[in-house]
Design a protein around this ligand. Structure first.
Ligand SMILES: [Zn+2]
Length: 211
């Protein structure tokens, strides 16, 4: 079974669509099935046992914005309706480490941006303006794997413990945490490369060799 009585992800998705699709915008409704889905499978709510009691669709978003009512979850009183994706709950779960790696990518963005700014011409062809920056050596995956080898499960849980999903959908690395410090140290030593679109695509295909 995929989840509850559903054999596949697709059958669960269809059942939820049947509940959600006919609902008019802005009108709150209850669904035991969707409440269960959020508390059992949502990446943030499942770890904190948050079970929204009602839902609503709002116009906008693709195809709509879906919100849950968290006011009965024993949280701060300012927290009521909050956007929550039922669809994401049906996708394969991400691990805590996946979330940390994603936050590492976010943390490297301003550094990559600054690098591109100081390297306006593609470093591979030397002709076209640079449009992308990639981790030349080590690759980003190798870099994060090296950090993973230096930390334990407890430190990973601890790193995520202060995440307030209601304030920010995407987890960001807490300053001062060991994982953040390790990332900063490793990333400082990583070699970046500024590339034009074409050369970047070739790198992804492995055509441009690492120097
Ligand atoms: Zn190029």
């Amino acid at each position: 079974m995929f989840w509850k009585d559903f054999k596949t992800q697709e059958s669960a998705r269809n059942a939820i669509r049947k509940i959600v699709d006919p609902r008019p915008f802005k009108e709150p409704f209850e669904s035991e099935l969707i409440s269960d889905l959020i508390v059992e499978r949502h990446y943030f709510c499942s770890t904190r046992k948050l079970r929204p009691s009602r839902f609503r669709k709002l116009p906008g978003g693709n195809p709509y914005t879906f919100q849950g009512d968290f006011s009965n979850c024993g949280l701060d009183r300012s927290i009521g309706w909050h956007t929550v994706s039922w669809d994401k709950c049906l996708r394969p779960p991400k691990t805590n480490w996946d979330r940390i790696v994603r936050a590492m990518r976010d943390r490297s963005e301003p550094i990559k941006f600054a690098y591109r700014y100081s390297h306006p011409v593609c470093e591979a062809c030397g002709v076209l303006p640079s449009e992308e920056v990639h981790h030349q050596a080590p690759s980003f995956v190798t870099l994060t794997d090296a950090i993973r080898a230096l930390v334990n499960e407890f430190e990973i849980t601890e790193c995520l413990s202060g995440w307030n999903w209601f304030a920010e959908d995407n987890f960001t690395l807490p300053e001062e945490h060991k994982i953040t410090q390790l990332f900063d140290q490793h990333h400082k030593q990583a070699m970046l490369q500024a590339l034009c679109k074409g050369c970047h695509n070739l790198t992804k295909k492995g055509v441009i060799r690492k120097r």
